[in-house]
Design a protein around this ligand. Structure first.
Ligand code: DCP
Ligand code: MG
Ligand code: MN
Length: 325
């Protein structure tokens, strides 16, 4: 399966500049619409079997309009893009792009820091007072968190977590989602969904807190989790430091999902985010609203008992996780 980042894609260099433009739109201009448009175009070109020879040829494909076609022509003729050259020369844009790579720093915070003349990792270290708990951990483990996690390591952590939680209470159900479930050879973090038969969305908030706390406590006592980034209601993000793996800190994202919403949660957290957006748009066009919690038709929630159910209801062709890019 070819993706924008896989080098076996014959349109790799086009994808590269489209992704760079996408990140610029998200991080610097905070224009999510353009960010998605560039990423959609990159996905389309990556899946295209032959080398694109002109903007005109590209423009026939879904998600590629006149503006991107023009950029393809410019790149074919000159080997570069004026627009990107300018962006790369701009110090503030470069600094914003860098700072958003710190876990917990989004485009708005990055802009605020750059406006205060904080433009490098070194600058951040001298200005810790401007950072919250999550951002401080992001800074502390900046180098570690940039390292991709090999699939085999995630597999070992998956087995470890399943064994420990099973010992705690064998009724928990655990699924590792994210890019790992999509079959990627390496991932940015580890996305773990858990559910328990005693927890349903109608129960209110009492039960879930101890169900999640107990899991976190066990994983802390076993030294898998060494730092807690955020303790929201349902969302938990953890730093995990697996000592058998040469002490590289990893991001571990654990979420407890009510049993009746588990498959919607799995679909959502398997992604990709772009796949989710496109699937949601399809749902809307057919009179459904789809999010990570519910699928509704005419305002009424639909009962879901598998991932396939969701595709069936909205008339979207079923895609294996590995095809959801
Ligand atoms: N997600 C989404 N929209 C977002 C963020 C996340 O739909 N804005 C969903 C889809 C993602 C999943 O959550 O696949 C997990 O988010 P991650 O950021 O962990 O992304 P991935 O696991 O896909 O990639 P990575 O390897 O970078 O972790
Ligand atoms: Mg992930
Ligand atoms: Mn994640």
């Amino acid at each position: 399966r070819k993706t924008p980042s896989s080098e076996n894609n014959t349109n790799y260099d086009f994808c590269e500049f489209l992704i760079e433009l996408a990140n610029y739109e998200r991080n610097v201009n905070r224009n999510i619409y353009k960010y998605n448009a560039y990423r959609n175009a990159a996905n389309t070109l990556a899946a295209y079997p032959t080398r694109i020879k002109s903007g005109e040829e590209a423009q026939k494909l879904k998600g590629i309009g006149a503006k991107i076609a023009k950029k393809i022509d410019e790149f074919l003729q000159t080997g570069k893009l004026q627009k990107l050259e300018k962006i790369r020369e701009d110090d503030d844009s470069t600094a914003i792009n860098l700072l958003t790579r710190v876990s917990g720093i989004g485009p708005a915070k990055a802009k605020e820091l750059v406006d205060a003349n904080i433009k490098s990792i070194e600058d951040l270290k001298k200005n810790k007072g401007k950072l919250n708990h999550h951002q401080l951990i992001g800074l502390k483990y900046f180098e570690d968190f940039e390292k991709k996690i090999p699939r085999e390591e995630i597999k070992r952590i998956e087995d470890f977590i399943k064994t420990e939680i099973d010992e705690l209470d064998s009724e928990y159900k655990i699924t590792v989602c994210g890019s790992y479930r999509r079959g990627k050879a390496e991932s940015g973090d580890i996305d773990v969904l858990i559910t328990h038969p005693s927890y349903n969305s109608k129960d209110g908030s009492k039960k879930k807190s101890h169900l999640l706390k107990n899991v976190v406590e066990v994983l802390k006592s076993k030294k898998l989790i060494t730092e807690t980034i955020s303790l929201g209601d349902v969302k938990f993000m953890k730093t995990c430091k697996n000592h058998s793996e040469g002490c590289v800190a990893r991001r571990l994202d654990i979420r407890l999902i009510p049993q009746d919403q588990y498959y919607l949660g799995i679909l959502y957290f398997t992604g990709s985010d772009l796949f989710n957006k496109n699937m949601r748009a399809h749902a809307l066009e057919h009179g459904f609203t789809l999010n990570e919690y519910t699928l509704r038709v005419a305002g009424e929630p639909v009962k879901i008992t598998s991932e396939e159910d969701i595709f069936d209801y909205i008339g979207y062709p079923y895609k294996q996780p590995s095809e959801r890019n």
